[in-house]
Write a protein that binds this ligand. Structure first.
Ligand SMILES: Cc1cc2nc3c(=O)[nH]c(=O)nc-3n(C[C@H](O)[C@H](O)[C@H](O)COP(=O)(O)OP(=O)(O)OC[C@H]3O[C@@H](n4cnc5c(N)ncnc54)[C@H](O)[C@@H]3O)c2cc1C
Length: 599
């Protein structure tokens, strides 16, 4: 609801008095949400936060419920790279967005328990882990793969890492300090009857989190064994207990669209990461080869941000199998398994990310034999194969598999509530918007994961399909709604006029008090193909491939050149340019191909 003049003046007055920086316009990291007119308040201390909340609360009290002003928190505003809001979903969309940028929200302090630390809402998880390790001899026992999300943002959306004995990130919370919509400060811990429900996935609906106390573990180094595998080898290893043999395991699979991807053991497009915490006194090994280097992720970022290669792939999807094979071939593990040792915070995180991505992450329960993971993997590989036979290659980035213990059965809208005898798998599919076939693939996967035997739940911060969330969560939804209503009642606030309850959440929670007017323009702009030029992209990419002698680089270059010829000269060569032949990739076949190409 846009504010009238008198309301704006009242807000501006308190902004001037407070420790607040104001500006207009906001977008998230992946640029799929852009709000050009939104009022963004960078708040530097707790009293200023309280005044903003109280003022809007009072303004809303005198308005009709559906005319209320909406406010949400977003991460970011630290004036450094990767300080942004990393959700793909509409959680921060509102009339006013606040970012908690001051010291009050960025401290890391001891509590009276040696292994519990108080961490400011805006501290990024990687930052927290580094400081915990170096100054307090502690580590976060589980965290997202990305180090740049804030502790409050990750917890709000029930974010997760990996680790067979680990809860979701919010399972580490021992206490939270919040600023309520009416401006009052309150705390919640396990003495509160709804603590498990509220911490499981608070969705930013209970108040603005100022800090949270998180359970930590003794600082260690991490030993990581990286293994390059094929899909059938991965499946075999999962069946043999891969995810339960080491404390932390995750898997990255880059689809290369071979016809026989499910059975061919020759082509290694899977990397298994197996982590073991070891004593800090161990020497670092290969510590430059952090996980990021192994993923070849920086190569991908350079290709995307510098050259805009994704635009080329959107326009010429037949290049995707060649591009993905090239990427996999750049991952410097080779045939031998590799080992690296480094401090926990340096080994765990993947440090570089392209912004031009979309992500669908489904969480489902898994029994000890991990049959459910195998089922999901086989389904995804066969579906990708089906799309490939129609010359569509929907996933251009990677698919990540993680297994963790999850949260208790009674944790509200947590995506990882699980029965005592099960674990939780996070099955994460990352690609770019606008890739041919992606929307159809996403829909098919959504049907399979949610309506199929796995009964999966979508990650709150990634892709939220238009489904019945009340039905999906059943009694856990009922518990969440009861906790939300009790919270507002017990703190003398009206839920139906909450500034935090935006139309996005009203729809998901099926609450009847959605604000009638949401005038913010949501423009999914820059995701759409930019005005990049194929010839330039191809030229830059070919320059990079010039000194490479391996078969996949040579093949990609040949495909790029033929694309260029097609475009620039409308050459009769086009007539011979067929869709990529989907060959098997056995060593023999690769050798034959090499002969053809090099000649
Ligand atoms: C490249 C990339 C990699 C990712 N990897 C992972 C991963 O490994 N694991 C995983 O689980 N997720 C992952 N995500 C998803 C991401 O972790 C979640 O979407 C997370 O919620 C983002 O947190 P944020 O700090 O950016 O907060 P935002 O995205 O800005 O906010 C998330 C939600 O929390 C609310 N919120 C934020 N701060 C507060 C506060 N102080 N008080 C109350 N509410 C608040 C916001 O209003 C919003 O609803 C990834 C996302 C990207 C883009």
């Amino acid at each position: 609801m846009p504010m009238d003049q008198a309301e704006k003046e009242r807000l501006l007055k308190i902004i001037k008095k407070g420790n607040i920086h104001i500006h207009r316009g906001w977008k998230n990291f992946s640029k799929n949400i852009a709000l050009p007119d939104v009022l963004v308040l960078d708040i530097k201390d707790i009293p200023s936060l309280q005044t903003v909340m109280k003022t809007l609360y009072e303004l809303n009290a005198s308005k009709a419920v559906d005319q209320r002003i909406l406010l949400r928190v977003a991460a970011g505003g630290k004036q450094k790279p990767y300080s942004e809001s990393f959700s793909f979903t509409e959680g921060s969309t509102a009339d006013v967005i606040i970012r908690l940028v001051g010291d009050d929200f960025n401290k890391i302090e001891k509590t009276n328990q040696p292994d519990v630390m108080r961490i400011g809402a805006s501290v990024q998880v990687g930052e927290a882990d580094k400081m915990l390790y170096e100054e307090f001899n502690l580590s976060l026992p589980t965290a997202s793969l990305i180090p740049y999300v804030t502790v409050s943002g990750l917890a709000a959306n029930a974010g997760h890492g990996t680790g067979k004995d680990q809860p979701s990130f919010s399972g580490l919370i021992r206490k939270m300090t919040l600023c309520l919509p009416n401006g009052e400060i309150t705390q919640i811990d396990d003495k509160h009857p709804d603590f498990d429900v509220i911490r499981g996935a608070n969705l930013g609906l209970f108040g603005v989190i100022i800090n949270m106390e998180l359970a930590c573990t003794e600082a260690k180094k991490m030993q990581c064994i990286m293994q390059k595998r094929s899909i059938p080898e991965l499946i075999e290893e999962i069946k043999n207990g891969l995810f339960l043999k080491d404390p932390y395991v995750s898997v990255m699979y880059v689809p290369t669209y071979q016809k026989d991807e499910l059975v061919n053991k020759e082509f290694k497009n899977v990397i298994i990461y197996r982590w073991q915490p070891i004593d800090k006194s161990n020497h670092d090994v290969n510590n430059n080869s952090s996980i990021m280097t192994y993923l070849g992720q920086q190569i991908e970022i350079d290709l995307e941000e510098g050259i805009h290669v994704v635009d080329l792939l959107r326009r010429h999807s037949r290049l995707i199998p060649y591009y993905n094979k090239y990427l996999v071939s750049q991952i410097a593990i080779g045939k031998e398994d590799r080992l690296a040792v480094a401090p926990w915070y340096r080994m765990h995180y993947q440090k570089a990310y392209p912004w031009d991505i979309v992500d669908a992450d489904y969480l489902f329960q898994v029994h000890k034999n991990c049959d459910e993971m195998v089922l999901a993997l086989e389904k995804v590989v066969t579906t990708l194969d089906k799309f490939a036979s129609e010359q569509q290659y929907p996933v251009i980035d990677a698919i990540y598999l993680r297994l963790f213990r999850g949260t208790s059965t009674n944790s509200g809208l947590s995506t990882s509530s699980h029965a005592d005898d099960t674990y939780v798998c996070g099955f994460d599919m990352v690609t770019s918007d606008g890739i041919a076939g992606y929307l159809e693939f996403r829909e098919e996967m959504c049907q399979f994961f949610i309506n199929g035997p796995l009964k999966a739940k979508p990650h709150w911060g990634k892709y939220l399909p238009d489904i019945d969330y009340v039905k999906l969560y059943g009694k856990n939804y009922t518990a969440f709604l009861a906790a939300l209503k009790n919270w507002y009642h017990d703190n003398n606030m009206k839920l139906d006029s909450s500034m935090l309850l935006t139309d996005h959440f009203c729809q998901i929670l099926q609450l009847p008090y959605a604000p009638s007017l949401q005038k913010q323009k949501k423009t999914a702009i820059e995701q759409v193909q930019s005005k990049t030029d194929d010839a330039k992209i191809i030229k830059s990419l070919c320059v990079r491939l010039d000194d490479k002698q391996d078969i996949h680089s040579i093949n990609l270059k040949q495909q790029l050149l033929s694309t260029n010829i097609e475009r620039e000269f409308n050459n009769p060569f086009t007539l011979f340019q067929m869709e990529p032949k989907r060959e098997d990739s056995s060593e023999e076949a690769e050798k034959k191909k090499r002969c053809c190409v090099v000649q």
